[in-house]
Design a protein around this ligand. Structure first.
Ligand code: CTP
Ligand code: CA
Length: 227
């Protein structure tokens, strides 16, 4: 059925999307992770696909199904695996959207055997992971369009704008955790998108599917302005 409802406005465009959490191993049976459901990133991948783009979805461990077989799905577990996949796909992409909730820290060493509960106090040593969005921002050519997300609980706008510039993104999508419609596992979201010209695009709370459409429509508008 796919070709009946698939548009072609993004035909020939290669799009890379990251989604979901990453899991950082502590030992063979445990990990450090987060509550990301992957819904926002998967909705984005689907929205790009529906407009005719060639979509590569690099996705951490999630339970959500991807609607279209035509989306090229690369499943990863850790931040390092996600980095490796994105690094390979990014150079030939026209658009990249980093919607994953990448772990900021991973255990410095992974225990080879299950850690026994032999001590009252256990300290985990964590090392910062590579920032995928920032690394791609540094590699970006002026023909590529890069979009990041920002999850903030305080000084939302200021922190989002800092991320936009420090990571060299073209747009940053601020997810407000203060709004009851937004957050992990929810089907709805409330976003504000900032561009590099200092414009803010404020959207009403709506389903993640519709938020994805808003984000993709704004990206298309920006690509047309650039061309
Ligand atoms: N991101 C990434 N690689 C990381 C960490 C984050 O690509 N190792 C990306 C996310 O996918 C998102 C953006 O960076 O698009 C911002 O993520 P966020 O967690 O809001 O910000 P951080 O830069 O990680 O800073 P902090 O968590 O301290 O606010
Ligand atoms: Ca982070």
């Amino acid at each position: 059925y796919e070709k009946f409802f698939r548009g072609d406005i993004l035909k020939g465009k290669k799009v890379v999307v990251t989604a979901g959490p990453t899991y950082e191993a502590i030992d063979p049976v445990r990990f450090v992770g987060n509550h990301s459901s992957g819904k926002m990133g998967i909705a984005l991948a689907e929205a790009f696909y529906e407009r005719g783009a060639d979509v590569q979805l690099v996705c951490g461990p999630v339970n959500v199904e991807v609607a279209y077989n035509g989306i090229e799905l690369k499943r990863v577990t850790s931040a390092l695996e996600m980095y490796t996949q994105v690094e390979a796909l990014f150079p030939t992409s026209h658009v990249a959207v980093m919607a994953a909730a990448v772990a900021d820290y991973a255990p410095t060493t992974v225990a080879g055997e299950k850690i026994k509960k032999s001590h009252e106090l256990l300290t985990l040593k964590l090392t910062k992971t590579k920032d995928i969005l920032k690394s791609m921002g540094a590699l970006k050519s002026n023909k590529q369009f890069l979009v990041g997300f920002a999850l903030e609980t305080e000084n939302e706008q200021e922190n989002a704008l800092k991320k936009l510039s420090s990571k060299n993104a073209d747009l940053i999508v601020l997810n407000s955790l203060k709004d009851t419609s937004a957050g992990f596992g929810k089907d709805t979201n409330k976003v504000t998108i900032f561009d590099r010209e200092g414009q803010a695009f404020d959207f009403e709370p709506k389903s993640k599917k519709l938020v994805a459409n808003d984000i993709v429509d704004l990206i298309i508008k920006k690509l047309n302005e650039k061309a």
